[in-house]
Design a protein around this ligand. Structure first.
Ligand code: FES
Length: 110
């Protein structure tokens, strides 16, 4: 089950900008690329480096640690196969930036 979380004002993320947010202890990077919003996990699936400061080439973010590239629209590396970074639905509504995240199940009472 997913839920939408407000992570700031819509006007905080102009085209060409990015924003690092924290939701439920998870670090998520938002990108505005030519007016389209995208959100990915800030942890590189290769070895966990932060992707927030990675150079952007079109829709591809390059991991600053070892240079792997991920498409922020799909989370996939170029070509077939490879690692995939988690993506999150993101939109604006009523002046807010909204990210959808999976609900974390409550720990069971044993
Ligand atoms: S940690 Fe990102 S490419 Fe190695």
């Amino acid at each position: 089950m997913t839920r939408e979380v407000s992570v700031g004002r819509a006007d905080e993320l102009a085209p060409g900008e990015r924003k690092l947010v924290f939701v439920d202890g998870r670090s998520i990077v938002l990108f505005n690329i030519e007016g389209q919003l995208h959100a990915i996990d800030n942890s590189c699936p290769h070895n966990g480096a932060s992707l927030a400061s990675g150079p952007l080439e079109g829709c591809m973010v390059r991991c600053p640690a070892h240079g792997l590239r991920f498409d922020v629209r799909s989370g996939c590396m170029p070509g077939a196969g490879g690692l995939k970074v988690t993506t999150f639905p993101v939109r604006t509504a009523q002046g807010k930036l909204l990210v959808s995240v999976m609900e974390t199940p409550a720990p069971s009472q044993a």
